[in-house]
Design a binder for this molecule. Structure first.
Ligand SMILES: [Zn+2]
Length: 1010
C-alpha cells in the first residue's frame, strides 16, 4: 500500500520536493477554489467563497521592518494548522497575509539609517522626503518573509495581502475614526502621559507597559524652609524626579498621619514619624521636640528652592503657590511622608494641582529639554540638568539627602529612551466608557490556554484606560480632523468626503469588467469587435449594480467597443442617466490566432504546464495568455494613454469605465503602482466587480492620504470677524480683448473703452467703502485699480504678482478660437482659455494656477482680516479665486467667466487645516477586521452592519499581544460594532533568545532561521 521508506531519505530534500509540488500544482489556491463552488447572483457582493461555509481567519500583521524569527514560526504554524483542518472539514478559509507598515518601528529604522537625530531635522528636510524613505523601505523584507513562510509550509496568500499604508486601508481607518467621533467616543484631552523625548510623541498606556526596565535613578529629599517661623524650620519633601522640582508649585502632606519636628544641628526639620529612624540615621545627635497630625501644617507657606519661578505671572498672581496641602494619597511610610506637587509631570500631581488651584508650569519641551524658563538649566536635558540642580541646591544647604535607587521605569518600546511623564494634548478613545461591553464581548470568546481570557487578558480589560491614539509623528494614517481657531471643525470619513471639500483637485474613477457574456460560458477568446452579447444573467447583474451608483451623479461612462462592454455600459448609463462614450483603447487584449478559439483548461496536465510556464517566465500575463497575444506592456500603454487623456477633462467628476479583465489589471496598476506580477497572482476581476480610484491632479498620482500629501489640503471655514470682505473685479478692455487674443502674462494697457469701463465701475461702487485695493501687477489690472482707487478715495493700493493671469506660454497672442479648434475643451460654454484642462507649451498648469490663487487667499487672510478689500485681477484669476473660496467644480469654474470691469462680492473666511498628528499604529492593526476588506466602501457593504467574515472564527498570536493586538481589536470592534472581533484564540508563549531576552528584530539577538 505504501512505497518503502528510504532509510537514507534527507528530510530537507523531501520537504523541498513537496514544496515544489505545491508550487507547480498551485495547491493552496486550488484548495481554496475547491471550496468556492458556483457563483453568487451578485458577484461583486459575494465572498470569494461562493457557496461553501466560511471559516474566518484573521492574520495579525507583523511590522514590516525586519525579518521573521522563531516566535513568528511558532505562531505561524498555529495559524496554519487550524485553517487547514477547517478546510479539510469542507469550509472555505480565506488567508490573507497582512503588513503593518506604519508607525514608530519603521520611522526609527529610517532615522537610524539616515542619521536623523531628531524631529526638527525631519521637518527641515521635509515630511514628504521622510515619508518617501519610509514607503520605499517598507517592503524591503517581503521577499525574505515569503521565503520563510513558504519554507515552513504555511499556506497563506502573500500575493493578495493587505498593507496598512494602502489608500483603501487608510480610508477604512478614516471611516472608523469618523464613526468613533459620531458615536462620541473620541475626545481631545490635556493629560499627563508618558512621552518619548526622542520620538517626541506621547505613547499609549499599553505601549508604555511594553518597555519597563529596572534602572538606577536619583531620589532627593529637599529642605523647604517654612516662612513665618522664628527659628529656621524646614519641611523635608522627597521626589524621584528631582528635575521636576524646579517648577513644583506646592507640597502634599497626609492630613491624618503623624509628623515630627526634630532639632538637628541647630535647625528644625519636619517629616513623617514613621520615617524617624531612617531620616536621622546619619545624624549623630538630635532631639524630637514636637509631634502633630499632618493637617497642622496644611496651609503653611514655604520658600522654594529657586526664586525666579516666583516672577512668572501665573505664579506671582496665584496666592496658593508654595504652600502645603492635604493629600490622602501621600504614603507616610515612604520617603519623608511629604511630596512635591507638579501638575505638569504626573497624573496624581495634576489632580492635586487642580484640586488646590495651583498653576501648571511647563518648563520642559517635548524633547525632554528645559526651556528658557529654567534659567541656568535652560537647554539641558532634564536628566543631565538634575545633577547640576542638586549640586547647586546642596551648596545652598537645600538638600537633606540624595540617594541612588533602583526602580522599574518605563522606556520607549522602539528606541529605548526613558519616557517622561508629561502633560500634553492628545486625542483619546473613550475605552473606559465601553469597558463593560468589552467584558461582555470577551465572555463570548474561547481561549487556549483557557485561563488567559479572564486572567491576563480579562484583567487587562477590566483595568482599561482611555486610549491616547494621536502621535506627533509622520509616517502613519493622519487623523482626519480639519479645523481652525475660530471653531470650525470637520472630521473627514472617506476619500469621497475629502474630494468633496476640494472638488477641482480630484477625479473619481470606477472601473469594472463587463457582465457575463455568451462567449464567457464556452469559453472562447473574443478580443475582436463585436464579440458575443451579454447573457440574461449578465444583463440582470448590470441592472442590479446600477442601483449602487444611483446617487453618485455619474454623467459619463466610457467603454470598450466590444458588444459585452458596450451593452453593460448602456444598461448602466440608462439607469443612472449618463452618456456612453466608446473608446478604442479600452478594448480587450488582442488574442492573435487564438481569436474565436477555445482552449481546454479543464485538462489538468495542460494547466500545470501553463502554471510552470508562468513561474518560469515571470511575466505578468495570465496563464491563459499565449505567444502572439497582446502583451501586458502593450495594453498598459493604451490604458495609460486613455487615462492621461480623460482624467484632466473630468476634474470634480465621478466617471465609470467598463472594460475587460486584463485592462482592469492594467488600470489597477496605473493607479496603485502595484507590481503587475503581484496583481496577476491576485484573484481575477469578476464580472462587474467595481474598482474605485481617486486621481489627484495636483500631484498627478492616485490620491494619497499620507500626512505629506493631505496636510496641504485646506478649505474655507465659516464666516467670522476675521473674514475678508472681498469684491472681485476684472480689468477693463485691452486691444487684444477686442479681437479675442489670449493675453496671459503679456502686458497690455487698457484701451479707451477699457478706461471708460473702469470709470463706469467706479461710479457703481461709489457708495461703498473699501479699506484697500489690491491688484495684479499687469498694466490692464493695475490701471483699472488706480482708476478705482482715485475715484473711490482708497489710500492703500497694492500690486501683487501672484494675481497675474494664468500664463499660457505659446498660446499667448493666439486667437482663442484657433487654440480651441486645435485643443477642444468640451466643458466650455463661453470662449476662454484660462481654465483649459490642457497646459500650453511653457504654460502654467491649472493646478499651479489654483495653488497660486490659494496663496493669494492666505495672504489676504493674514494681512487684511476683517477688512473690506477691492481686488482687481483677470478673468482666469478671478475664477481661480472663486474656485478656492467657493469650492467650485471644474465645470462651474470654467463657466464662471466674469464680465470686464464687473464686480463680484464674496466673503473669504479663515481656512481649516488638518491637525498635525497621525494615529497610533496599534489603532491600525486593530482595524484590520474592516480595513483589510476596505469596509464599508465596497459596493455590497452598504447593506451590511458589520464587515464580511466578521468576527473571526480563529486568530492566533503570542502572549505579548494580550496587551497589544488582541486588545486593540477588542476596543475597536466593541466601539464600532459592539461585537467581539474573534471567537477563538490560540495564544502561544514567547520564544526567548539565547540571552533570555525577548527575540527582537531590533536587537537582532537570534540566528537566521533559514
Ligand atoms: Zn522613542
Amino acid at each position: 500500500m505504501f512505497d518503502p521508506v528510504d532509510p537514507k531519505q534527507s528530510l530537507p530534500n523531501l520537504e523541498e520536493g513537496i514544496l515544489r509540488y505545491w508550487r507547480e500544482e498551485d495547491i493552496f489556491k486550488r484548495s481554496l477554489k475547491q471550496r468556492s463552488r458556483g457563483t453568487a447572483n451578485k458577484p461583486w457582493d459575494s465572498p470569494q467563497g461562493g457557496d461553501s461555509e466560511q471559516y474566518s481567519f484573521y492574520d495579525g500583521p507583523p511590522f514590516a521592518t525586519g525579518l521573521p524569527h522563531y516566535g513568528h514560526l511558532l505562531a505561524g504554524t498555529i495559524k496554519d494548522v487550524i485553517p487547514r483542518y477547517q478546510t479539510m472539514r469542507g469550509k472555505y478559509v480565506e488567508r490573507r497575509f497582512g503588513w503593518d507598515c506604519h508607525g514608530l518601528p519603521i520611522e526609527n529604522m529610517i532615522e537610524q539609517e539616515n542619521n536623523i537625530k531628531n524631529k526638527q531635522e525631519i521637518e527641515e528636510r521635509g515630511v514628504g522626503w521622510f515619508n518617501d524613505l519610509c514607503r520605499a523601505s517598507v517592503q524591503r523584507y517581503t521577499g525574505e518573509w515569503r521565503k520563510v513562510v513558504e519554507r515552513m509550509g504555511r499556506w497563506v496568500d502573500m500575493d493578495w495581502d493587505y498593507r496598512t499604508m494602502d489608500a483603501e486601508y487608510m480610508e477604512s481607518m478614516w471611516w472608523a475614526f469618523s464613526e468613533l467621533y459620531r458615536k462620541n467616543l473620541l475626545y481631545e484631552g490635556h493629560k499627563p502621559m508618558h512621552i518619548c523625548p526622542r520620538c517626541v510623541t506621547p505613547l499609549s498606556n499599553f505601549e508604555v507597559t511594553q518597555g519597563y526596565k529596572d534602572v538606577d535613578d536619583l531620589s532627593v529629599i529637599w529642605k523647604f524652609k517654612l516662612l513665618n517661623e522664628k527659628d529656621p524650620t524646614f519641611v523635608l519633601a522627597w521626589t524621584t524626579t528631582p528635575w521636576s522640582t524646579l517648577s513644583t508649585m506646592g507640597l502634599s502632606i497626609h492630613p491624618d498621619a503623624l509628623y515630627v519636628k526634630a532639632l538637628v544641628n541647630g535647625e528644625y526639620i519636619i517629616f513623617a514619624k514613621e520615617r524617624l529612624e531612617d531620616m536621622l540615621k546619619e545624624s549623630a545627635s538630635y532631639e524630637v521636640v514636637d509631634e502633630f497630625a499632618g493637617n497642622t501644617l496644611v496651609g503653611a507657606q514655604y520658600e522654594h528652592i529657586v526664586d525666579w519661578y516666583g516672577a512668572l505671572p501665573e505664579v506671582r498672581e496665584n496666592p496658593g503657590v508654595y504652600h502645603l496641602y492635604a493629600g490622602d494619597y501621600v504614603d507616610p511610610a515612604e520617603g519623608t511622608g511629604i511630596v512635591t506637587i507638579n501638575g505638569s509631570y504626573g497624573e496624581i500631581d495634576m489632580e492635586a494641582a487642580k484640586k488646590n488651584g495651583i498653576p501648571f508650569v511647563m518648563d520642559v519641551d517635548m524633547t525632554g529639554h528645559f526651556t528658557d524658563m529654567a534659567g541656568p538649566y535652560a537647554g539641558m536635558y532634564v536628566k543631565d540638568a538634575e545633577k547640576k540642580l542638586i549640586a547647586d541646591a546642596e551648596a545652598k544647604g537645600k538638600v537633606w539627602r540624595k540617594a541612588q535607587f533602583r526602580h522599574s521605569y518605563p522606556h520607549c518600546w522602539r528606541c529605548d529612551s526613558p519616557l517622561l511623564n508629561y502633560a500634553t494634548s492628545s486625542w483619546f478613545v473613550k475605552v473606559e466608557e465601553i469597558k463593560e461591553k468589552m467584558l461582555r464581548n470577551n465572555a463570548k470568546t474561547e481561549w487556549m490556554p483557557a485561563t488567559i481570557r479572564d486572567g491576563r487578558y480579562g484583567k487587562w480589560l477590566e483595568g482599561a484606560r482611555d486610549w491616547a491614539i494621536s502621535r506627533n509623528r509622520y509616517w502613519g494614517t493622519p487623523l482626519p480632523i480639519w479645523r481652525n481657531e475660530h471653531g470650525d471643525m470637520d472630521v473627514i470619513g472617506s476619500r469621497d468626503e475629502l474630494m468633496n471639500e476640494k472638488r477641482i483637485r480630484f477625479t473619481k474613477i470606477t472601473a469594472l469588467r463587463h457582465g457575463e457574456s455568451e462567449g464567457n460560458l464556452i469559453p472562447i477568446y473574443q478580443g475582436k469587435v463585436p464579440g458575443t452579447n451579454l447573457t440574461q444573467s449578465g444583463r440582470k447583474q448590470a441592472k442590479e449594480l446600477a442601483k449602487h451608483f444611483k446617487n453618485e451623479k455619474i454623467r459619463t461612462v466610457y467603454c470598450s467597443p466590444l458588444s459585452r462592454t458596450k451593452q453593460t455600459a448602456e444598461i448602466l448609463a440608462k439607469q443612472i442617466g449618463a452618456e456612453v462614450r466608446v473608446d478604442e483603447r479600452l478594448r480587450e487584449v488582442s488574442f492573435g490566432e487564438y481569436e474565436g478559439k477555445t482552449v481546454d483548461f479543464s485538462d489538468l496536465s495542460f494547466l500545470k504546464a501553463r502554471r510552470a510556464h508562468k513561474l518560469e517566465t515571470g511575466k505578468p500575463e495570465s496563464i491563459y495568455h499565449f505567444e502572439g497575444m497582446e502583451t501586458w506592456n502593450a495594453v498598459a500603454e493604451r490604458i495609460g494613454s486613455f487615462l492621461h487623456e480623460i482624467l484632466p477633462k473630468h476634474r470634480s467628476e465621478h466617471v465609470l469605465v467598463v472594460t475587460h479583465a486584463d485592462p482592469i489589471q492594467n488600470i489597477r496598476s496605473f493607479f496603485t503602482g502595484q507590481d503587475p506580477m503581484k496583481l496577476s497572482h491576485q484573484p481575477y476581476p469578476r464580472y462587474l466587480q467595481p474598482y474605485t480610484f481617486f486621481w489627484d491632479h495636483d500631484r498627478c498620482e492616485q490620491m494619497d492620504l499620507h500626512k505629506d500629501k493631505v496636510d496641504e489640503i485646506r478649505w474655507q471655514g465659516s464666516a467670522c470677524e476675521k473674514s475678508v470682505q472681498l469684491t472681485l473685479v476684472r480689468h477693463g478692455e485691452t486691444d487684444w480683448n477686442t479681437v479675442k487674443r489670449y493675453q496671459g502674462i503679456k502686458d497690455l494697457p487698457l484701451n479707451d473703452k477699457g478706461k471708460q469701463q473702469a470709470a463706469e465701475l467706479a461710479k457703481k461702487l461709489r457708495k461703498q467703502k473699501f479699506d484697500v485695493v489690491v491688484s495684479s501687477d499687469l498694466k490692464r489690472a493695475a490701471e483699472t485699480a488706480q482708476a478705482l482707487a482715485k475715484e473711490l478715495k482708497i489710500s492703500v493700493c497694492e500690486q501683487w504678482e501672484e494675481l497675474r493671469e494664468r500664463g499660457h506660454g505659446d498660446w499667448e497672442g493666439q486667437l482663442v478660437q484657433d487654440v480651441l479648434q486645435e485643443y477642444p475643451c468640451h466643458k466650455l460654454k463661453k470662449m476662454s482659455l484660462n481654465f483649459h484642462h490642457n497646459t500650453a507649451a511653457k504654460g502654467e498648469r491649472l493646478s499651479d494656477f489654483l495653488a497660486r490663487a490659494e496663496t493669494v487667499c492666505l495672504r489676504l487672510l493674514k494681512k487684511y482680516p476683517g477688512k473690506k478689500v477691492l481686488l482687481v485681477s483677470h478673468g482666469g484669476t478671478e475664477k481661480a479665486l472663486r474656485t478656492v473660496i467657493e469650492n467650485l467644480s471644474y465645470e462651474e469654474a470654467v463657466n464662471a467667466q466674469p464680465e470686464k470691469a464687473a464686480a463680484f462680492v464674496t466673503s473669504l473666511n479663515p481656512f481649516v487645516s488638518r491637525i498635525p498628528e497621525v494615529v497610533d499604529c496599534w489603532f491600525e492593526s486593530g482595524s484590520m477586521p474592516y480595513a483589510q476588506r476596505h469596509y464599508p466602501f465596497e459596493v455590497g457593504d452598504r447593506d451590511r452592519k458589520t464587515p464580511p467574515a466578521f468576527p473571526a472564527d480563529f486568530i492566533a498570536e503570542g502572549l505579548d499581544q494580550t496587551r497589544a493586538w488582541f486588545y486593540t481589536l477588542m476596543v475597536l470592534s466593541t466601539a464600532l460594532f459592539n461585537e467581539t472581533p474573534f471567537r477563538h484564540v490560540v495564544v502561544n508563549g514567547i520564544v526567548l533568545a539565547e540571552d533570555g531576552k525577548k527575540m527582537s528584530k531590533r536587537l537582532r539577538n537570534y540566528p537566521d532561521p533559514m
